[in-house]
Design a protein around this ligand. Structure first.
Ligand code: ATP
Length: 319
């Protein structure tokens, strides 16, 4: 193996840069050249490729986003675009490819493997919905961003004795909502994995009021149907005034936490080692603080369930 390529794809996640840095430096350490592919699979199709050296990844470990830029490419999912991408890798003598992104990006990597390209995936998505790893890069930073927002909203919620609904990202996954909700001390957490019970949420708010509680923070994952809708349901049942805050894209950016930087550094190095061992169609993951590898197709055929014990804990603590 002489030359590898690296790209970031799908939604950006804090820590992608730390992963790029780890891949580039580990590869160079082993005497391998690295080609940086811009704009994910879109840039691969059009040959937007430039060589990366040790200093091209200097001063990026603390930055959110991705220096390689990212994109969603429908063209790559069509036969013409896909074939062009395969040809580009061969023309540029790229012997192995590291794909950093979410489940869609990993599916794309698996398709390239089907055409004889050696690929390794690194899970990076704030949704943390990828099986075979306890954590995807970017999740911890996103949770901390949400907690920061909850802390601030709590001050105003207490001062005005109001109910605040905070909508967080997670169309199909309640991971951000559940973790930020528990760590932020929310009264109720609504996630797409469980049917929302508005009566219960409202009763809890009223019970809190009876005990003299000044505020209520309710976290709503976007997949539940939107915080505005939930707000209407609660107003209807409690007669109390509510406020809605939709955090949106603020959850993606920001300087990565120490956890995400460590995770990205370890995963990036492991990805290069797997390519050096001649492996392909593998994704790296972390289980019980150990860096592991899984077959991409096997991993994506699993589903990442919410930890019911943790969900139960959220309800106990918000009694
Ligand atoms: P996030 O979790 O942040 O949304 P993602 O990687 O899941 O990230 P997607 O938009 O699903 O984001 O996928 C990124 C890109 O990967 C797509 O634009 C497309 O180019 C490619 N891709 C996704 N699914 C497939 C597939 N089934 N086959 C081939 N390529 C795919």
């Amino acid at each position: 193996m002489k030359r590898i390529g690296i790209l970031t794809s799908g939604g950006d996640a804090a820590g992608m840069n730390a992963a790029i840095r780890a891949v580039v430096r580990t590869a160079i350490y082993h005497g391998i050249e690295v080609e940086g592919i811009l704009r994910g699979y879109a840039g691969l199709i059009y040959g937007e490729i430039r060589e990366l050296n040790v200093s091209s990844v200097g001063d990026i470990i603390h930055r959110g986003g991705t220096i390689l830029l990212t994109a969603r490419s429908t063209e790559f999912m069509e036969p013409d675009g896909f074939n062009q991408a395969v040809k580009m890798l061969k023309r540029r003598n790229i012997d192995g490819l590291v794909v950093i992104g979410g489940d869609g990006s990993l599916r794309g990597a698996s398709k390239l493997h089907g055409q004889g390209i050696r690929v390794v995936g690194i899970p990076a998505t704030i949704d943390n919905d990828i099986p075979c790893t306890d954590y995807a890069i970017g999740f911890d930073t996103a949770v901390n961003t949400v907690i920061d927002a909850i802390n601030k909203l709590r001050d105003t919620a207490t001062s005005h004795e109001r109910i605040f609904l905070v909508e967080v990202m997670g169309r199909d996954s309640g991971q951000i909502a559940l973790n930020a909700g528990i760590a932020g001390g929310a009264e109720s957490i609504l996630i797409p994995e469980f049917e929302p019970n508005f009566d219960e949420v409202s009763e809890r708010i009223l019970r809190g009021r009876d005990r003299g509680k000044l505020h209520s923070i309710i976290i709503v994952a976007e997949g539940v149907g939107g915080a505005m809708e939930v707000s209407r349901e609660i107003k209807l049942r409690t007669g109390l005034d509510t406020r809605v805050t939709i955090l949106g894209h603020i959850q993606r950016g920001g300087t990565p936490t120490a956890f995400d930087r460590m995770l990205a550094s370890r995963m990036g190095a492991k990805a290069v080692e797997l390519l050096l061992e001649g492996k392909s169609n593998q994704m790296v993951g972390m289980k019980n603080n150990t860096i592991i590898e899984c077959d991409i197709d096997w991993a994506l055929a699993q589903s990442k369930e919410i930890d019911e014990e943790v969900y139960r804990l959220a309800n106990i603590l918000a009694i």
